[in-house]
Design a protein around this ligand. Sequence first.
Ligand code: FES
Length: 218
Amino acid sequence: MTTWNLIGMKHHVLICNGGSCMRKGGEEVTLAIREEIAMLELDGIVHTTRTRCNGRCQDACVVIVYPEGVWYNGVTPEKARELVQRHLRDGEWLEETITYRYEEKQGLMMKKWKVALFLCGLVVYFTFTGSTSAFAMHIMEGFLPVGWAIFWWLVFLPFLIIGMRLLIRITREHPELKLLIALSGAFTFVLSALKIPSVTGNSSHPTGVGLGAVLFGP
Ligand code: FES
């Protein structure tokens, strides 16, 4: 399918024409998608491309729709026509045949940003409004005066950046550790926030930091 003019293009559909998909009707699926696009006069907004194997042969026939990044599995010629009508024309995804979608992840990233912004807002709120100033160690005892808070933030910043980079590397290499990292972070935060009576006289801070170092390295 030749496309000379890309202005107005909204979707790019990758239709797997690898060996496994072709054995399961990839040619018929390709023709069905293209015929339906032509019939519904969607040529101006949808471009299709035949691809080689997409590495998901057990899902044959595989069709992937961008920019949403929706991976469909088990597409038959009938499903292919439905996909064009519902997804490409009506913007409604065929939930029952989706293997994976990128948008969900983007949505998750947005949620994370919103949570981060909310937490920053809380910090700013408590720092500049009606909080008790205290030269103390725990959050429950009050907050440092603004000048000292900024000073300690600046001192802390390089460690935050190094720590974040380290955590990103660890979670990329071992995604299964995310829960443990979150749990130990929460544990350390609680230790720092509360003034827990210590019978033996030792400080609770080295306990949280020590736990982090034992579990994930210095
Ligand atoms: S042949 Fe289609 S995913 Fe491998």
